[in-house]
Write a protein that binds this ligand. Structure first.
Ligand code: ATP
Length: 363
């Protein structure tokens, strides 16, 4: 396996920067997920690594080789796409063997590699079937097998599970994770499903508008989003964001809402809030760190319930604080109703503060 290094990689289409000066290193054996909203540049980045499209600028190294000018077939990569692209008239065995025949391997070498990949993916019993005789999950395993037999330095995967139904996706997610653990493979994986990214990846590369926003472990991206975009993109439901104004009373610092309520800040949060470039800050809070009170309590701020969404083991409640919505999670045994007046308590140790002008996290 090999590391993949992108250095200031750019891809433009006319005036559009599909990928805008992206630099990142995927370490040898690491599983990296590229995530971000539709059109953010994930697939373009993957295709640039694969060599399927030409870069407008920058360098890409795979292992110790600069691959900028290498054809896809010379990059030692294997791609797995969402539509599997299996040959419908060939058996599974022949589907797996085909890339090796193209490389002119001996018959016995081909057989050994195909059987070994089939064993890893638990498809030995399917080798004589045609793709149409397989389930979606089995077809996906064959597609993985075809990548695996090539013994690539890097696996590039573009939404490989998106054609599967919800249950199978979860199952294949576990299998892919296992596949990665067993092979210690270097994997770059595009997905719009952040749960896939969080559960499988060692690192997430969060993109927006062609820019790399944050590149870190899923836990760090979740716990310490660098800006409001990442904060609102990662996590489901998204982090609640409440625009407020910093006000000082002597040495005390509070956040004031347009409606007039004030939230006194702890010393640590006060220090952060005062580093904002203007008096505007945005308070961020994940649902699990917000408490809902049905009576007024010191340190709480007033709101009105908008919706109550039971999901089974957890109930999500959307509360309007003026014009902002805050999501709170409750135990299903707690009964609340739309339009009910409530009070919200933020955990000062868990809130995030963002600069209202630059949208960057205040540290
Ligand atoms: P999705 O999740 O919808 O697949 P993505 O993050 O993979 O999106 P890309 O396909 O990489 O996004 O596209 C990035 C940007 O580049 C988009 O604005 C897209 O419209 C543009 N783009 C991609 N390919 C081309 C092309 N061949 N010609 C012109 N613009 C393109």
């Amino acid at each position: 396996m090999a590391e993949v290094v992108l250095n200031q990689v750019v891809k433009t289409y006319g005036n559009v920067y599909a990928v805008n000066h992206v630099s990142l290193t995927v370490a040898d054996g690491e599983f990296v997920a590229l995530v971000g909203p539709s059109g953010c540049g994930k697939t373009t980045t993957l295709n640039l690594i694969a060599g399927l499209i030409e870069m407008s600028g920058g360098d890409i190294h795979i292992g110790d080789r600069l691959v900028n000018d290498l054809d896809p077939k010379d990059r030692d990569i294997a791609m797995v796409f969402q539509n599997y692209a299996l040959y419908p008239n060939k058996t599974v065995f022949k589907n797996l063997a085909f890339p090796l025949q193209m490389r002119k391997l001996s018959k016995s070498d081909i057989e050994a590699k195909v059987l070994s990949a089939a064993k890893v993916l638990d498809i030995t019993h399917l080798l004589e079937r045609k793709p149409r005789e397989l389930s979606g999950g089995q077809q996906q395993r064959v597609a993985l097998g075809r990548a695996l037999v090539r013994d690539p330095r890097v696996f590039l995967m573009d939404e490989p599970l998106s054609n599967l139904d919800a249950k199978l996706r979860v199952q294949m997610r576990t299998e892919l994770k296992r596949f990665h653990q067993d092979l210690q493979a270097t994997v770059v994986y595009v997905t719009h499903d952040q749960l896939e990214a969080v559960t499988m990846a060692d690192k997430m590369a969060v993109m927006n508008g062609g820019f790399l926003q944050q590149y870190d472990s899923p836990k760090n991206v979740f716990d310490n989003p660098v800006n409001m975009f990442v904060a609102s993109f990662v996590g489901s439901p998204a982090m609640s964001l409440v625009p407020l104004e910093v006000v000082t009373h002597g040495t005390d610092v509070a956040l004031r809402s347009p409606e007039g309520w004030q939230l006194p800040l702890s010393a640590a949060n006060a220090r952060k809030a005062l580093t904002s470039t203007t008096a505007k800050v945005v308070l961020g809070a994940r649902h699990s760190t917000v408490k809902l009170h049905t009576t007024q309590t010191p340190g709480t701020v007033p709101g009105v319930i908008y919706t109550v969404e039971p999901t089974g083991d957890i109930t999500f409640v959307q509360v309007f604080l003026g014009a902002s919505v805050v999501i709170v999670s409750l135990d299903p045994s707690v009964i609340v109703e739309p339009d009910q007046k409530v009070w919200i308590e933020f955990d000062q140790d868990k809130i995030h503060l963002f600069d209202g002008a630059t949208e960057m996290a205040l540290a």
